[in-house]
Ligand binder design. Structure first.
Ligand code: SAH
Length: 479
């Protein structure tokens, strides 16, 4: 270890910052946050520090640096532009046994300031021992995204009840189990759901019970987005990191599953035609079984769990069985496919509404209001429709949608294998067949789809093929 890590309590302790510019101002801001009594010494102050000094938040010593400034201070930060001057301050500090940091100069410094994640009372500090502070900062950004925002209020709560927790659980083993329960159980879940008072009540209740609280499992319904792992939310990523068990749809990309905790049990509950098929009842039972065994279960669904994802049914089932749950939204296929094919779903001039439609089975076909769907100046985003393109096209044409209405049909949206087919409604079934478009694919139909040909930016754009006017007419006739 090249450096000894330490967290210093600087509350009301005098600290000296030498330098009046932007860098000094940044250091001062951080010291003030930690409650230090800061003196700034410099011949002149920049606008930021001048304002801070004017408000009396720091003391200002105007003039050239003197070694007597070091008297009585605990720490020194040298943030001047002159290396010789910084070196002199460091040497003076050395003689007086003050800890001195020279900004961006580890060789002159006797202490370094780490990159910090501040979720007080939680503090995470990262250092590269001066090797590459920029990389330490990059790492900080990554760690930051992994920290549950509920952790700060949880720690505040734990801080306030620390003495009572110690008294109630005197023995270290049971105390550790209690803290595990606090971290993994209902208190954190309530904080995450923005119920701080109920969380505190739950903690108080647990402390007054005779037996140790047992961990009840819970289920997080997570939307995994359309496939590109970059489209996961931070919350989804955290849930994947915490999961004991992951029940995932078959459509979930391996790249997304790779982000899950290494030792999490992954169970595919596919429902894609041809592959394994798991009945919804079986999925419900699996959720129940694992949650009741006290595990943290993630139910991972493609896109958004509440858009054609049966998330509603699963939630009802969990509620009926008293299992705690959370829902994490995901980027639904319509939004992702539109973005990745350069099609704005709404447009001031061309489309005032968007409809998410499913063309899954005969039942969904018979219950759709075709006259409404065929209206102009709106966008249809059709899910699960590849095998139903013939009938879909026939119905829309029969109900008056023009044969020259543009479409974009996006296969494997947001994945490296994405293909985008463009054309007009009259040619849709023939073109899709010609290019052998397969599920999963999403159809965007409407005036806005015309922009795909020009604005498309991701994956392959299928060449504008030969037109099939006969098909369009035949379809219109047939309808
Ligand atoms: N809950 C999901 C939809 C599930 S229904 C969501 O919000 O996206 C499954 C249908 O979604 C597929 O048949 C297809 O129409 C569409 N879909 C899902 N992922 C897709 C992708 N990567 N590219 C194109 N369509 C996709």
């Amino acid at each position: 270890m090249q450096l000894y890590p330490l967290f210093a309590d600087l509350t009301d302790r005098p600290v000296l910052v030498v330098g009046g510019g932007d860098v000094a101002a940044r250091k001062v801001a951080m010291l003030l946050r930690a409650g230090a009594k800061v003196t700034v010494g410099a011949p002149m102050l920049g606008p930021e520090l001048r304002e801070i000094a004017r408000r009396g938040r720091v003391a200002y010593r105007a003039g050239a640096y003197q070694s007597s400034w070091l008297d009585g201070v605990w720490l020194v930060i040298a943030a001047t532009r002159s290396r010789p001057l910084n070196a002199r301050i460091a040497a003076d500090g050395h003689v007086r046994q003050r800890l001195v940091n020279v900004v961006d100069d580890p060789a002159l410094s006797s202490f370094q300031v780490p990159a910090v994640i501040d979720r007080s009372p939680l503090l995470v500090a990262i250092s590269s021992s001066g090797a590459a502070p920029v990389l330490a900062r990059r790492l900080r950004e990554r760690i930051e995204s992994l920290i549950d925002p509920a952790l700060a209020p949880l720690l505040q709560l734990a801080q306030r009840y620390r003495a009572r927790i110690r008294a109630r659980y005197a023995d270290l083993g049971s105390r550790r189990r209690f803290y595990d329960w606090l971290h993994d159980g209902p208190v954190t879940a309530l904080l995450r759901a923005s119920h701080p008072l109920r969380a505190e009540k739950q903690l108080i209740a647990a402390l007054s019970e005779n037996s140790e609280p047992t961990s009840q499992g819970s289920v997080v319904l997570v939307g995994a987005g359309p496939g590109d792992p970059g489209l996961l939310t931070l919350r989804a990523l955290r849930a994947l990191n915490e999961a004991d068990v992951i029940l995932h749809d078959e459509l979930i990309s391996p790249q997304v599953l790779d982000l899950a905790r290494r030792d999490a049990v992954q169970i595919a509950v596919g429902k894609r035609g041809g592959g394994i098929h798991t009945a919804q009842d079986t999925i419900h039972l699996l959720l129940l079984e694992h949650a009741q065994a006290g595990r943290c279960v993630v139910r991972l669904k493609g896109g958004d769990p509440f858009v054609f994802g049966r998330g509603g049914e699963e939630l009802e089932y969990l509620r009926a069985h008293g299992i705690a749950y959370e829902v994490v939204p995901g980027i639904t296929a319509a939004l992702a496919c539109a973005a990745y094919s350069g099609v704005p779903l709404t447009h001031r001039d061309h489309a005032q509404s968007v409809r998410l439609v499913t063309a899954h089975c005969q039942h969904s076909f018979n219950t759709l209001d075709w006259a409404e769907l065929a209206r102009e100046r709106q966008t249809l985003a059709v899910y699960m429709g590849v095998s139903k393109l013939d009938e879909l096209t026939r119905q829309l044409l029969a109900h008056g949608r023009a044969a020259d209405t543009p479409f974009a049909l996006i296969e494997n949206g947001s994945l490296p294998s994405q293909r985008t087919l463009t054309g007009t409604l009259g040619d849709l079934p023939a073109l899709a067949a010609q290019h052998a478009i397969r599920a999963p694919a999403l159809l965007i139909l409407g005036e806005v789809a015309a922009s795909a040909a020009a604005s498309h930016w991701y994956g392959e754009l299928l060449d504008l093929p030969t037109r099939h006017p006969v098909t369009a007419n035949a379809l219109a006739d047939a309808a």
